[in-house]
Write a protein that binds this ligand. Structure first.
Ligand code: TPP
Length: 350
């Protein structure tokens, strides 16, 4: 776990901007960053082989993040790049982390699936399905007891809807009136299993209501609708009613970057990719009178910003061997004794 703190860069550009153009810009940044993550993988420069891209899910990341305040905290699942970026993360440091480099958020030791940064309120991504959920109950309890006004949000996929830890967490949060929010990014697929093959009860918010949470499902095609629903849920949690929001979307590509999703038909993918929140927002902007050339220029600027993240990651160094345990344990814990030293010490004692 990373225990460093960073000064939050410019989250207000997400947190307080109610303009569709800004939401579009944020979603385009997420989309383009994820494209470049895929490129890093193809170049053989990513650390580890499992990279989960959130292409198609941008409105969940950006729409919910737009309702969050600086003091709020969150956890993400294994498909969390977009959420962290929408919360104000530096894409260079993110890409370096995904590449396992010392300039990354966790000095290269977290990677894509365990990236974290306490300074930005990111309590950690988690590779275990549902694994990040209970941490927000703890964070929300702390916020309530200290009266900070902060909300803590767990982002997870529809696969976690079948995990018991979600129900224990929602029950406790609702019972204690904690400022906790549970956001299910329902991209319809859990690896090769479609949601309706995993559960009979696909109206996911109904389960949360049964535990006493404010709960809604929103169509992720429209980022403004997501932000509006998220406002209701997050604001409710801030005043003591825990919340749940399911954002309906579609996982555009395979489970991981290398998965060609042979379990889905071409028709399913073609239909799913029509639900594109980035294109939808762009078309809405054009309908509102924005010029396509200006949007193209913005997209090009973002492309250049994200191209540079690859260069940054590749140019950064690997973490040194003797820093192996640094940033992994809490700073007040002594670093574990290296195995070789321990063996030598024990042998010398005999
Ligand atoms: C407890 C647990 N079971 C199984 C896995 C293997 N696994 C990794 S991702 C995944 C699918 C998760 O689907 P979902 O929660 O819908 O998220 P998505 O990948 O669609 O974003 C599974 C089963 C795991 N990591 N943890």
């Amino acid at each position: 776990m990373n225990t460093q703190t960073t000064t939050r860069p410019v989250p207000p550009d997400v947190a307080s901007n109610s303009d569709l153009a800004e939401l579009y810009r944020q979603m385009r940044r997420v989309r383009t960053f994820e494209d470049r993550v895929g490129e890093l993988y193809i170049r053989g420069e990513s650390a580890g082989s499992m990279l989960h891209l959130s292409i198609g899910e941008e409105s969940a990341a950006v729409g919910v993040s737009a309702t969050m305040r600086e003091e709020d905290t969150f956890t993400t699942h294994h498909r969390g790049h977009g959420i962290f970026l929408a919360r104000g993360a530096d894409p260079n440091r993110m890409m370096a982390e995904i590449g396992g480099k010392e300039t990354g958020y966790c000095a290269g030791k977290g990677g894509s699936m365990h990236i974290a940064d306490m300074g930005l309120g990111h309590l950690g991504a988690n590779a275990i399905v549902g694994g990040g959920i209970p941490a927000v109950v703890g964070a929300a309890l702390v916020a309530k007891r200290r009266g900070t006004g902060a909300v803590s949000i767990a982002f997870f996929g529809d696969g976690a809807m079948q995990q018991g830890i979600l129900y224990e967490s929602m029950n406790m949060a609702a019972l204690w009136g904690l400022p906790a929010v549970f956001v299910c990014v329902n991209n319809q697929w859990g690896m090769g299993t479609r949601i309706d093959e995993a559960t009979k009860a696909t109206a996911l918010h109904e389960r949360a209501r049964a535990f006493g949470l404010n709960a809604e499902t929103v169509d992720g095609l429209d980022v403004l609708a997501v932000r509006e629903a998220a406002h209701r849920i997050v604001d409710g949690a801030r005043t003591g009613t825990s919340g749940f929001l399911a954002v309906e979307c579609y996982r555009f590509y395979g489970h991981g970057r290398k998965d060609k999703s042979p379990y889905r038909s071409e028709a399913d993918e073609a239909e799913g990719r029509t639900k594109d929140p980035v294109e939808y927002a762009r078309n809405a902007l054009i309908d509102l009178g924005h010029e396509a050339e200006i949007l193209d220029a913005l997209d090009a600027e973002i492309a250049a910003e994200m191209d540079a993240t690859i260069d940054y990651a590749i140019a950064s160094g690997e973490p040194a061997l003797d820093t192996m345990f640094r940033d992994v344990f809490a700073p007040d814990q002594p670093e574990p004794e290296p195995v070789r030293t321990r063996i030598d010490r024990v042998l010398a004692e005999d």
